[in-house]
Design a protein around this ligand. Structure first.
Ligand SMILES: NC(=O)c1ccc[n+]([C@@H]2O[C@H](COP(=O)([O-])OP(=O)(O)OC[C@H]3O[C@@H](n4cnc5c(N)ncnc54)[C@H](O)[C@@H]3O)[C@@H](O)[C@H]2O)c1
Length: 262
């Protein structure tokens, strides 16, 4: 087998939630470059259409589909539309999520509910809509968890709660859908430089963005943040046939954050 034949997704239909920006956009680009027909599902219509158009302009297959994953009806409508266009669903990347800063005391009930609805309920909505189709022929599901799923980050009470749920939902789905030829894994990145990080710095440290960017970069022992393309490369492997032996696992991709921060 030639190296070029590895990690190909030709003939596969891939759905990427939150694919308008950041890590999701990098995954959408990577999968389309490897031959997949990619559907970007996002609630940011403008950015989603731009990302899909940029991919399509390079002779790859990508389309945008509006979807607010927190709303079951919106998810149903999006999946019906996609199933009408593509006869099968092979890959689902549950990437969309929102963040929140706060301790158990400073997190309001409303914020907790919002995080749970988008980050946990949203993934559940996607699974309920996609699994009946994927069950027919098998497939791959990849969930974006976080280092916050497995260790205590300061002031990330709501966010960590939702990402812990993603890691265990991954196990449950992997177990229940093994008989249908569906694999399910999760990726747990440390800090990755995306619009989310820039927005967080601008909001919380106005005028000190550069200083704080360096500080956040240094918390990865490797000395920098991850790049969305690095997460996308791992996602490609996990969703490719080369990873056919992998299911029910969470994979850190974290510049040494988990094991080398002593
Ligand atoms: N960036 C990091 O440092 C980092 C680290 C660990 C894990 N992650 C995880 O990786 C994933 C992507 O993170 P990112 O930094 O690229 O985020 P981002 O904020 O840059 O992009 C998230 C995308 O999700 C979309 N989205 C948000 N809510 C949605 C909803 N209800 N319905 C549909 N789309 C919605 C947004 O419009 C956006 O396009 C998330 O699950 C995040 O928790 C990120």
């Amino acid at each position: 087998m030639k190296n070029d034949d590895l990690f190909r997704l030709d003939g596969k239909t891939a759905l990427v939630t939150g694919g308008a920006k950041g890590i999701g956009a990098a995954i959408a680009r990577m999968f389309a470059n490897r031959g997949a027909r990619v559907f970007i599902l996002d609630r940011d219509r403008e950015a989603g259409e731009q990302t899909a158009a940029a991919i399509a302009s390079t002779n790859r297959q990508a389309a945008f589909c509006f979807c607010d994953q927190a709303d079951p009806e919106s998810v149903e409508t999006a999946i019906e539309q996609i199933v009408g266009e593509a006869d099968k669903l092979d890959i689902l990347v549950n990437n969309a999520a929102i963040a929140h800063i706060g301790t158990a005391e400073t997190t309001s009930a409303e914020d907790m509910d919002r995080l749970l609805r988008v980050n946990v309920g949203g993934v559940h909505n996607m699974l309920r809509a996609v699994l009946p189709h994927m069950k027919k022929r098998g497939g791959v599901i990849l969930n974006l968890a976080s280092i916050a799923s497995g260790l205590g980050l300061p002031e990330r009470f709501a966010y960590s709660s939702t990402k812990g749920a993603i890691a265990t939902m991954t196990l449950s789905v992997a177990r229940d859908y093994l008989p249908y030829g569906i694999r399910c894994n999760s990726l747990s990145p440390a800090r990755v430089h995306t619009p989310f990080v820039d927005g967080y710095l601008a909001e919380n440290y106005p005028g000190r963005e550069e200083e704080m960017y360096k500080k956040l970069s240094a918390t990865q022992p490797i000395g920098r943040m991850g790049r969305p393309e690095e997460i996308a490369a791992f996602a490609l492997y996990l969703c490719s046939d080369e990873a056919a032996f992998l299911t029910g696992c969470d994979y850190p991709i974290d510049g040494g954050f988990k094991n080398l921060n002593t």
